[in-house]
Design a protein around this ligand. Structure first.
Ligand code: PLP
Length: 497
């Protein structure tokens, strides 16, 4: 452990000005629109973090902010989340699904959804999202899949979906709402990437407008407050209010940071006052960049043409810039690295053959110009180099194995004692961890599932490609953490099989 006198304040030092990353344009900008430099952070920031605000005033201000956000978002209630959508997803599942009850979720749900499943003791029923072979990207879920999952699991309590995806693909929320509520289930939406939808008519349908019971939004990802500030919105007679409040108390700090909540207040005030105009500017800049990128050889910026290519995508978020670099024989990861290191353009995320840029309220035309120029240079440079196929593409050719049987609910697997075994010896055991290859970002295993021979074979092939594996302890995927058989026999009866 680092001794106090050796401590280096790395957080502040790491705030070197980076050209692409947004800054909130009301709380003060650094040079050239970049984040504030460490020195400029000064003491001003700390004055916002006052602990001396009278308690009553503090409570009143927070209640005031909550009703403002609720009203603005078309919700009955809003909870402030200062630990991101992660905490909201935990609270949302904890508040709505009891131990052993079923919750229908996409297989590629954010890890915090699985966290909520562990906390609540719920039994997940997974739906596989559609993969676009053309774009090497994960799309979303079709209403038909939800209808089928509800037919197969009439005892399910809730359906929790991610909308939009990281890349801005949107499922048919209106039809989904009809299907889910007709069966008397709760509709919960992880709307981490859609806090802006409500504020512009050309953006996709928001969860609250569609009639979802609860939605969680990462306000910080798009609308400009400090990182980690999110909101949970409720609009439902079906949700047990008291249980939700108790769940939220469990996942919320007792002392709310003035600095974070203040930045949320400023962001929401800004969007309330000028939302449509600000978002129009962002959409126009992004559409213009998309058109220019589409003139560049070997690359393609994905836009509205993707709508309707599959029933799982009925709309797209026009503020996302998803660039397909497959025509350059380059992986998205490599392209993102070159764009960042050589052209000062930071992508939000990379995939097998795509790079996703999030254009926020803090970005300006210069940022978008830099992005287009970077992609131009990348294209020129890559076309003059000898084309080399990316090994990442081979992983996509691999057939994902069917899910293993769920022997334990994730909560029991989480608490069980674990053992580590080499992958080839794991057949027939119960996984004690998630294993998520990127791409495509869909778990092959989640805790509590049986490890089948097909999964072992798949993991062995995946390992050879050297792609990134998330969720598990040994990311080289030579070993797996499994539920200790002796403990299982002791706690759960005569075994599995
Ligand atoms: C779909 C989805 N849900 C939830 C989260 C967690 O968001 P936060 O960083 O606000 O905790 C993310 C993070 O990127 C996400 O992509």
């Amino acid at each position: 452990m680092t001794k106090a006198e050796d401590f280096q304040p790395m957080l502040l030092q790491s705030l070197e000005p980076r050209p692409k990353r947004m800054t909130f344009n009301r709380l003060g900008e650094g040079k050239d629109g970049g984040p504030p430099e460490p020195a400029s952070m000064g003491s001003a920031v700390y004055t916002f973090d006052s602990t001396f605000v009278p308690r009553d005033a503090h409570v009143e201000a927070l209640a005031n902010l909550r009703s403002f956000i609720a009203e603005l978002s078309g919700a009955q209630q809003a909870y402030l989340l200062l630990n991101g959508t992660t905490s909201g997803n935990l609270g949302m599942v904890l508040a709505t699904v009891r131990p052993g009850q079923k919750i229908i979720i996409p297989r590629n749900a954010h890890k915090s959804v699985l966290g909520g499943v562990v906390l609540s003791g719920a039994a997940p029923v997974f739906i596989q999202p559609e993969i676009s072979a053309e774009l090497n990207l994960v799309f979303t879920i079709k209403p038909e899949q939800i209808r089928q999952a509800l037919l197969d699991n009439p005892d399910a309590t809730a359906v929790l979906l991610t909308n939009p995806t990281y890349q801005g693909f949107c499922l048919d929320l209106a039809e989904t709402e009809r299907v889910v509520h007709q069966s008397g289930k709760l509709l919960l939406i992880d709307e981490a990437h859609g806090p802006h939808f409500r504020f512009h008519p050309d953006l996709p349908l928001s969860a609250m407008r569609a009639g979802a019971d609860i939605a969680v939004q990462s306000t910080h990802k798009i609308l400009g407050p400090f990182a980690q500030t999110s909101v949970l919105l409720v609009n439902s007679q079906r949700v047990d209010d008291i249980r939700l409040r108790m769940a939220m108390t469990m996942i919320t700090p007792s002392k709310i940071s003035h600095l974070l909540a203040g930045s949320l207040e400023a962001a929401m005030t800004q969007i309330a006052e000028d939302g449509e105009a600000i978002l129009q500017r962002v959409i126009d800049m992004t559409e213009n960049a998309r058109d220019r990128i589409n003139q560049i050889p070997g690359v393609r910026a994905i836009g509205r043409e993707v709508i309707g290519k599959s029933e799982s995508v009925v709309d797209v978020d026009l503020t996302k810039l998803v660039i397909d670099v497959a025509g350059l024989n380059l992986s998205g990861y490599r392209a993102a690295r070159v764009l960042h290191d050589d052209y000062g353009v930071s992508a939000e995320m990379a995939g097998a053959t795509t790079v996703t840029m999030v254009v926020t309220l803090g970005n300006d035309q210069k940022d978008l110009d830099r992005c287009v120029t970077g992609v131009e240079q990348l294209s020129r440079r890559q076309r003059s180099a000898r084309a080399q196929s990316s090994p990442l593409l081979h992983i996509l050719a691999l057939q994902t194995p069917p899910m293993g049987r769920q022997v334990l609910v994730p909560r029991d697997a989480f608490f069980a004692r674990k053992a580590r075994v080499p992958v080839p010896e794991s057949t027939g055991k119960i996984s004690g961890e998630s294993v998520i290859p990127y791409p495509p970002g869909i778990p092959v295993l989640v805790p509590g599932e049986e490890i089948t021979p097909e999964i072992v074979e798949y993991l062995t092939s995946v390992r050879r490609t050297g792609i990134e594996i998330h969720g598990c302890e040994d990311r080289s995927i030579s070993t797996l953490r499994i539920v200790d058989e002796r403990e299982f026999l002791h706690n759960f009866g005569s075994g599995w099989g």
